[in-house]
Every structure is written in C-alpha cells, then in structure tokens.
Design a protein around this ligand. Structure first.
Ligand code: ZN
Length: 407
C-alpha cells in the first residue's frame, strides 16, 4: 500500500474536486492507473431531490485522463449506484469529471479537441499517444452532445447559406443564433424540407419563443418560417438587399462596356473604354471607403457614362436609408420614393424591394441583420480551406460545430 502522503500528493496533482486517490500502480512502465474514491458518502436522488447514502451497487471502470509528464494516466473510477431511501428508485451518481458511458475524462476531451482544432487529428493523436480512432470517438461524442444541446433561449435566428465544398455547386444552410453570434446548425441542403425538418426537431417550445428570423431574399425560407415559427417576425437581411443592388449595378457596368466595344468611331470607343476601365470597385464600394484615386475614377466614369454614376448615386442613397435612424413608417415612404426614382436603374431590385417590403421594413424596428452570419461564414471558409474534414459533409459539419461550441 502506498503511503498516505504519496496518495495525498497524487490527489493534489490530479485535482478532482471531492475525490481522493486511494491507490495507484503501473500497468506498464509508462502507464499509470490511479484508483479514485468519492469523499462524499451520499448523493442526491435525481427523481425526488432527497439525499441518500444507500449504495446499491459499485461500478468500477477505467477511464483515460490527461497525461502526467511522460505517463499515460488511467483512472479507476467508481460510479456508484444508489437506491433512494425516499422514493426507492435506483440511480447512478453524476461524476463531474467524466460523463456517463464515456471512457475518457472531460478534460482529456477538451484538450484533444482543442489540439485537433489548432492542428489536426494526427498531431493531436501523437501528442496524447492516442490512435486516430480514439481521437475520432472523442470528436464524434462531442458533436453528438452539441447536436443534442438545443438552443433553448434562441430569440433571433438567422438563416443563410454557404457553398459547401471547395468548388462545389451545392449550398449548405447555416442557422445562426444572432444574439450569441454562433451557428446552431449546419444543414447539408438549404432546401425547404431540410430546414423544416431541423426546425421541427427543436420542438414547439423553442420555436414559439423565437421573435425574429432574418433571412435572405428567398421565398422558400419565408414560407417555412411562417409555417413553423408563427410568432416570429421575418426580417429581410439588409446586406442581401444591397448584394442584389450591387449585382444589378455591376451588370449595368458590364453592359455599358459591351456597348462601348461595339462603337464604330475608334476615338470615341477608346475614350469610353478607358473611362470605364477598372470601374468595378469604385462603383461597388461604399462612398466613405473610396480613396482619392477611386473618387477620381468616378469623375472619369461620369464623363463617358453618366447613367452609371446616376445608378451609383441611387445605390448609395438606398444605403443611406438603411443607415439612417428612422422608424419603419418613415422608411416606408423613403423606400417608395426610392423605387420610383431609381426604377430606371434598378428594375429588378425595385421589384424585389416591393415584394419584400414588409420584411425590409421590419429591419427598421430592431435593426436585426445577419452581420454575425457574415463573420461566421468567413470563419467557415477558413475551416474549409484546411485539410482536415473536407472529404465529406459529416466531417465538415463536425469541425464547424466543434469550433463554435467548444469552449
Ligand atoms: Zn428519490
């Protein structure tokens, strides 16, 4: 039997609140097994909340823990089963450091996942002397926990999409808790059925407390939200409105260029093409982000293609409407005015704004946007670029969920 002082020393090293080391031995020369005992003799019954000390059975099993210097550490834990003196039900106690049915401690899982996210599976395996399969089990368990964990206090939901794999044409849907700025789900397809299925899985208690859902300008999202989240206000994301505006402006620029190329007067043609050259970013940028060269460029464009500049100004005017601190009633009149005066430059976008007017106006009530989603999408793109987990959607999703849920 090891001395008390040595056991006390080990207890202090492993640091599990409420537990003490009662014995230890070497399984092999670099594998250490520590026997642990709960200092607390009793446990609280989860059924009736009464304290009980009647142990029904002892379940000793081995779990892996983080290494101590060069030793791999295993713990012999006893998860006791109690029979409640009050309600007579049998229950197993909760252990703070190892989840039920897991063969590794929670802190080992944290360490491994952190290392996988920073590097990769192989590296994390080497550092902890674990096989890829063992690492994989930890990752899968954690993902399952993440997926099981429901967003109970979700108030503002954002639905957006992201291209799935490098070069792929498929879109995945990203659902985001806009208040917490973290993804709650990544769905393999962005179609209505898949999103509806996920939302249903949350249950009506969660769905009914959602106050706002921010979406891009895609009708199926609106339909599914109206069906399943009846209490929520659908908000059209203002950034998606501007994306569409920018696309229409850019199409107009390209058209202007094609027309210039067809000009028969050589001098006129060269002058116009020179004026339009490199005009994409000056036109699409926000006014306040333009540098001096770009401002000059706009003046050049105006000389050869004044309509493009008029369209540019209309685009900026719409952005000003979104930026200004006005009520949704005031915004309504400003948007009506805008669509009337800018229809000639933005026929498609004007139609879109009319079709989505209620959802666009809802933005002015709480200023809900998918700004958070943009940041998340950027990070997802970074994750996609790394080697691990790109081979299939399951791995990709797992990596993304771990990235945000792991803390
Ligand atoms: Zn009980």
């Amino acid at each position: 039997m090891p001395s008390n002082s040595l056991l006390h020393f080990i207890t202090n090293i492993i640091q599990f609140e409420g537990f003490k080391a009662t014995n230890y031995h070497f399984i092999t020369e670099n594998e250490l097994l520590i026997e642990l005992e709960n200092k607390e003799r009793s446990s609280i019954c989860p059924h009736c909340q009464k304290q009980t000390d009647k142990v029904h059975q002892s379940h000793r099993y081995r779990v892996r823990d983080i290494p101590i210097s060069s030793y791999d550490v295993f713990l012999l834990v006893n998860r006791r089963q109690f029979r409640c003196k009050n309600c007579r039900k049998v229950f197993s106690e909760e252990l703070s450091f190892v989840k039920k049915r897991r063969t590794y401690t929670s802190r080992l899982a944290e360490k491994v996942i952190k290392e996988v996210l920073e590097t990769d599976v192989v590296n994390a395996g080497e550092r902890n002397r674990m096989t890829p399969a063992e690492i994989d089990t930890i990752l899968k368990d954690k993902t399952a926990d993440c997926l099981e964990e429901k967003p109970r206090d979700l108030k503002k939901l954002g639905i957006d999409e992201i291209t799935q794999l490098k070069g792929g044409k498929n879109y995945a849907a990203v659902l985001v808790d806009l208040d917490k700025r973290k993804p709650i789900a990544l769905l393999e397809k962005r179609n209505k059925e898949v999103i509806a299925e996920y939302l249903r899985s949350l249950g009506s208690a969660i769905l009914n407390q959602i106050e706002e859902v921010s979406i891009d300008l895609w009708k199926p999202y609106k339909t599914v939200v109206e069906e399943l989240i009846p209490n929520a206000q659908v908000v059209a994301d203002r950034f998606h409105v501007m994306t569409q505006i920018n696309k229409e402006l850019d199409d107009r620029r390209k058209k202007e260029k094609r027309q210039a190329e067809k000009l028969t007067n050589k001098k006129e043609k060269e002058l116009k093409l020179e004026g339009i050259k490199h005009s994409k970013y000056p036109l699409l940028k926000k006014r306040e982000n333009l540098n001096e060269t770009e401002k000059e460029k706009l003046k050049e464009i105006e000389k050869v293609a004044p309509e493009l500049i008029a369209a540019y100004q209309a685009k900026e005017k719409l952005r000003d409407i979104f930026e200004s601190q006005i009520t949704s009633d005031e915004a309504f009149w400003k948007l009506v005015e805008w669509t009337e005066s800018s229809y000639k430059y933005f026929p498609k976008s004007s139609q879109t704004i009319k079709r989505w007017i209620d959802e666009i106006l809802a933005y002015f009530d709480n200023r809900t946007t998918q700004g958070a989603v943009e940041g998340i999408n950027q990070k997802i793109k970074l994750i996609k670029r790394r080697a691990y987990g790109l081979t299939n959607f399951g791995n990709f999703r797992r990596r993304i969920l771990l990235n945000w849920h792991f803390c």
